[in-house]
Design a protein around this ligand. Sequence first.
Ligand code: PHE
Length: 340
Amino acid sequence: MQEKITALRADCTQEIEQCTTSLQLQEVKVKYMGKSGLITALLKGMKDVAPEDRPKVGSMVNQLRNELESVLEKKTAEIAEMELQHKLKSEKVDISLKSLDEPLGTLHPVTLITQQIQEMLIPLGFKVLEGPEIETDYYSFQALNIPKDHPARDMQDTFYITDSILLRPHTSPMQARFMENNQPPIKIVCPGKVFRSDSDASHSPVFHQIEGLVVDKHLTLCDLKGTLEYIAQNLFTKDTKVRFRPSYFPFTEPSVEVDLSCSNCGGKGCSLCKGTGWIEVLGAGMVNPFVLENCGIDSKQYTGYAFGIGIERIAMIKYGIPDIRLFYENDARFLRQFKK
Ligand code: PHE
C-alpha cells in the first residue's frame, strides 16, 4: 500500500507539472481525484487493509490527497495567470494602425476670422453674444439715434419685412439690446449675419459683422484706438498701424472711419490699397450720449466706445480674395485653401 501511495504521489505530481493548459489540468484532477479517480480508488481499497493498519494507511492517503490538492491549486493559479497573459497579448488592439481617412471639412474663412477676433478679445474680458437677425426698427435705428425718415437711414439699404420689422442691416442693435438690460462696466462682442440690398464684387446682400461695445467710466478715443490696434496687430502684423478719419454715425459721437496700414505693401502703396498705403476696414466711435440715455445709462457718469468690423472685408485683405461672392459659392477648391 505504501508503495502504491509513493508511486501515485510521484506520478500525479509529475503529471500536474507537465500540464500547460487548464483543460489538461482538469483531466489530471479527474484522473486522480475524481469520483472514480485513482486516489478515490485507494480509499475504497481500504477494506482490504488489515484493520489495525487502517488508521495509519487512512491518514497517509488523506495526507497524499491534501498534498496533491495544494500542488494542483498552485499549478491552477500559474496556468490561469499564463493564460491571462496570453489572452492579453493576443487580443491587444493595435492603436498604431492608421485609421481610414475620413474626408474632413475645413472652417470657412468667415468663421476663421470671427473666431480669431473673439479669441483675442475674450482674454481682455469681452463677453461674446449673438442677437436676432430679424430685428425691429426700434433696435436697428431708433434706439441708435436714427429716427424714422432720418436721412442717415440711407447709409444702409435695408430689407424691410413690415414697417417695423426688418433684416438687421448691422450688428449695432445688440448695443441697445445689451445696454437696456445691463449697467456698466460693459464689454461685449457680437458676431453675426447682417443684410443690405447691395450686390457687387465687394458688397453682398448678406455678410458678417462683429460688433464691439465697451461702456465704463473715463473711456476715451484712446481706449478705442488701443483696442483696435490690438485687434489689427493680432489679425495682421505687429507693425500694423491704425488711422482714424473723422466720419459720421448717428449712434457714435465723435465717429471715425478706421484705416489700417496696408498689410500687403507695408504702407508703401500697392494695388490692394490703391496706392494710398491705407485700407479702410471699419466704422467706430464714442457711443453717443443720446444712445446711452435711450438705454438707461447715465451719460454723465459713463462713456463708451463701439466698433463694427466687416468680417469678409478683413478676410479679403488678409487672404487676398478679390471678390466677396467667392465666400458664398461653397466651391471646395476655394474653401480647401483655408485648411490650417
Ligand atoms: N454699424 C456701423 C455699420 O454697419 C458700424 C459701426 C459700429 C459704427 C459701431 C460705429 C460704431 O456701418
